[in-house]
Design a protein around this ligand. Sequence first.
Ligand code: KDG
Length: 337
Amino acid sequence: MGVLAACGNADSESSSGDSDGGDESASSGEEKVIKAGIGLNDDHPQYKGLLKFKEIVEEETDGAIKVETYHSGQLGDDRSMTEALQLGSQEVTIPSTAPLANFVSDFSVFDIPFLFPDEQVADEVLDGEVGQELLTKLEDQDLVGLTYWENGFRDLTNSKRAVASVDDFDGLKIRTMENDLHLDAFKALGANPTPMAFTELFTALQQGTVDGQENPYATIYLEKLYEVQEHVSDTHHIYSPFVFLMSKSFYDGLTEDQQTIMKDAAVEAGQEQREMNREANEEYLQSLQDEGMEYTEISDEDREEMVETVQPVIEDYKEKIGEETVDKVYQAIEDAQ
Ligand code: KDG
């Protein structure tokens, strides 16, 4: 999955000839090109949000900055695209916080199962002090975190059986994102988890390398995972934020005005993205059932048992994540309710 391999596939008319390193034109008044790549496909609200970002940036900079958009992992997966930003060979990507925790461990705070009660509290925490403070920690990794977008509450699907309680996880081969806390939480529930990039997921489900996976309904539907999965449960076990990332070397080469345009565009497009995402997640649970998936609603008691089962894992991870970050996030959640 070479970073530059998919340049010809961009959904953009822009052809500046900018093929790598994008910052040679920094501050020179030449046209700059942002290569922006995501893992999800072009039907997903994440991509629609990215198109909105492109529209705002190109309009606000009078075309001085062009945005080329790439979807479906055309430029790589979350981890490799983040590395490409560090190297300066790609300018934007929008990963889930889970793989980003491999770069800044504090982001794993959002991998704590059953952390956020709803999207509104998540917005307040992410857009508030602690969320913004976490973004600044990315700078040491040569990354600029402009804002948070939404991936959403993750729900379990599989091809073996209806999952209603902790017992039903027994031995299920579940693909997780590349994140240790996710792995250990699923192990605690009795499953047999395997970390894998999203770009490999459909084939792994199709070939039976794994029995199941977990993602928000929008992703399950729009990526057509219902074609290879039979059961869906509203586990809502983790709320996944996306982080809108920019390469620091590219960002530092922009004028102050351009930096402001980038930040404002990411925030404005993100507000639309969150709205579209919430509508999609509401709508697509029914669509999944229409496609033949069997839906299992988790009872309050069974969810409570899941919460208790993963609690020792959370205790174990507090130190690894950073006690201060964990405490601040718990406090912010309490304040937001
Ligand atoms: O574009 C984002 C995707 O690459 C990824 O973060 C989606 O939630 C996801 C997953 O399961 O990998």
